[in-house]
Design a protein around this ligand. Structure first.
Ligand code: MEV
Length: 327
């Protein structure tokens, strides 16, 4: 009896554990990266997921609550479907660490739109894994968090390339090629981006499946598209290191054209790209899975506000982001 009271006392006194992770945007190489081509992604540090864990002393269940302002829904984690992301993250954590977690309440606050190409599921996986690590008294390093998050993404997506969990775990611009060491990129000058929501949503898995089926039907054509995207990506790496927004912009436009040919753009995304260019952006493209979600454009300091204002006329969510230089 005394030990129950004592453990309750310790639990109630135990402060909540909190961890966070950023969103991301892919600048070059989405989809092609699934087939082994390189890709480049940057973190969006001003869009975050926060995971808060508290011990659950009132029940034996672990629950998750999604806190997005007014709506606070709670779910028993072990009763969620087997392919659910949160259930997957907890199962992967327990399998990899050979531990059974004591009951907890997990609250997730996310600023990252879901199924929009900005890495929402990978950010949840990284933030929750970090929080679970601390909750269980483990000091997980970056590589372990990245690996657990990747395995959790497999539960939901099937065949993720691993770029999303990597850029989000290390929170640095990366040049990524499946099976190769991750290269972080140091950018000489500050680069300015504006992201805009098409308002359309398609799950990444669905678009990845669409590309796979299209590739089976029209192999040569898709293979050529993948080769061209790889070439662009290799050239883009140097332009990004040099902080050359003009060249990056031109290459982004070329990458968008190739993504259109792959069938993963949409009329709304194309309209956002066109509008960004008319407003003075150096380049723009869809980002992430596509068939909806966000578009990313690159600007300079002088045009970033004009591009933002123009995009706000046709998009309900426009986000400014910058990276590189003296941060
Ligand atoms: C998703 O952010 C990017 C895709 O290339 C899928 C992946 O890399 O796993 C479409």
């Amino acid at each position: 009896m005394q030990s129950v009271c004592l453990s309750s006392f310790i639990f109630t006194k135990m402060p909540a554990i909190s961890a966070s992770a950023p969103g991301k945007t892919i600048l070059f190489g989405e989809h092609a990266v699934v087939y082994g081509s390189p890709a480049i992604a940057i973190p969006i540090s001003n869009l975050r997921v926060k995971a808060i864990i508290q011990p659950n002393i009132e029940s034996q269940d672990s629950v998750v609550a999604f806190n997005n302002g007014t709506n606070r829904q709670k779910f028993n984690i072990h009763a969620l479907p087997p392919d659910d992301l949160i259930r997957g993250i907890v199962s992967v954590f327990e399998e990899q660490t050979h531990r059974k977690l004591s009951p907890f309440t997990l609250t997730i606050h996310s600023e990252i739109p879901i199924a929009a190409g900005l890495g929402s599921s990978a950010a949840v996986a990284v933030a929750v894994t970090r929080a679970l690590g601390e909750f269980s008294g483990l000091k997980l390093n970056g590589n372990e968090i990245n690996e657990f998050a990747y395995k959790s993404e497999i539960v939901q997506h099937g065949t993720p390339s691993g770029i999303d969990n990597s850029v989000i775990t290390y929170e640095k611009p990366i040049y990524f090629e499946k099976g190769m060491p991750i290269q972080t990129i140091t950018i000489k000058n500050k680069l300015h981006f504006v992201l805009a929501d098409s308002g359309e949503r398609t799950l990444t898995k669905k678009v990845v499946d669409f590309v796979r089926e299209s590739m089976e039907k029209d192999h040569t054509n898709y293979q050529n598209l993948l080769f061209s995207i790889s070439d662009i990506c290799r050239i883009a790496k140097n332009a990004i290191m040099a902080g050359d927004a003009h060249v990056i912009g031109k290459l982004m436009i070329q990458n968008h054209t190739l993504l259109q040919k792959m069938g993963v753009s949409s009329q709304k995304l194309d309209k956002l790209v066109d509008l960004s260019l008319q407003a003075g952006a150096f380049g723009a493209k869809l980002c992430g899975g596509g068939q909806g979600g966000f578009m990313v454009s690159i600007c300079d300091k002088e045009t970033v506000d004009t591009v933002t204002d123009q995009l706000r006329k046709i998009s309900s969510c426009v986000i400014k982001a910058s990276i590189g230089g003296l941060e």
